[in-house]
Design a protein around this ligand. Structure first.
Ligand code: ADP
Ligand code: MG
Ligand code: MG
Length: 251
């Protein structure tokens, strides 16, 4: 599914290397977590995979089902089945949530050469998903993320994910802003959407989020690369001992 090989990334604006030979494989149906101290490059990894400007890949590759993501435009990545949920979801004041979601779904269909969904079809599908995920359909009428609470933003993100039905979901769910309830929403959402042909890469600073998600593999990132990988017990070890010993041991 997702294969990242020896990825080196630097900033476009300054000569600063952020990812230093990061390698990682997430097979179909698995949930992997990336943990690591602040500044280790976790968010940079998700930005680079999403195709955000400002980063230059100097070496290595990232492929989804064998196709290089790095050569694709962001819409093509979405069409290929990649979904990225971010730490700070954007607010778009003039755009209704429903409109945004329908545009995203239809852009994905178009990039795949499929017919657009009519507004009737879309409405039916979105109501069904909202119901399954216990999301109040009223939220869909509001402007995109504007004035949403942390929990509402998370609900919205899970709904987007359900509608786009990605094969590979990357979620940067860092520390700040995720209270216990929002964390619960994220983990329930991930668990509800887990399936044998869908994978998740959940990036988090804290172990708490992983209490409910139960990742198959936990990776520890430091200085722009993965320095250790293991089972869920690795997250517990971080919680108990911090990163100090783990990083020293990994060299
Ligand atoms: P994490 O998500 O693990 O906390 P980040 O990916 O946010 O780490 O950042 C990794 C490093 O790269 C940090 O030292 C950060 O300051 C630096 N960095 C990332 N993006 C930029 C940028 N646009 N300009 C300057 N420094 C950046
Ligand atoms: Mg950070
Ligand atoms: Mg971050």
């Amino acid at each position: 599914m997702l294969k990242i090989h020896n990825l080196h990334v630097k900033l476009e604006e300054e000569d600063k290397q952020i990812l230093n030979g990061l390698s990682l494989e997430v097979p179909a149906g698995q949930v992997h977590a990336i943990m690591g101290p602040n500044g280790s490059g976790k968010s940079t990894l998700s930005y680079v995979l999403s195709g955000r400007d400002g980063y230059v890949v100097t070496e290595g590759d990232a492929t989804l089902d064998g196709d290089s993501l790095l050569e694709m435009e962001p819409e093509q990545r979405a069409a290929a089945g990649l979904f990225l949920a971010f730490q700070y979801p954007v607010e778009i004041p003039g755009v209704g949530n429903m409109t945004f979601l329908r545009t995203a779904v239809n852009a994905q269909r178009k990039a795949r050469g499929e017919d657009e969904m009519s507004s009737g079809e879309f409405l039916k599908a979105v109501r069904e998903k909202a119901k399954d995920l216990q999301i109040d359909a009223e939220m869909l009428k509001r402007p995109m993320n504007v004035g949403f609470s942390g929990g509402e933003k998370k609900r919205n993100e899970i709904l987007q994910m359900a509608m786009l039905a990605p094969r590979m979901c990357i979620m940067d769910e860092t520390d700040s802003g995720l209270d216990v309830d929002a964390m619960r929403l994220v983990s329930d959402g991930v668990n509800a959407l887990r399936s044998p042909d869908r994978s998740f890469l959940v990036i988090t600073h804290y172990q708490r989020l992983l209490n409910h998600i139960q990742p198959d593999v936990v990776h520890i990132m430091s200085n722009g690369r993965i320095v250790k990988s293991g089972g869920p017990e690795l997250a517990l070890q971080v919680e108990e001992e911090g990163y100090g010993d783990l990083l020293a041991e990994a060299g």
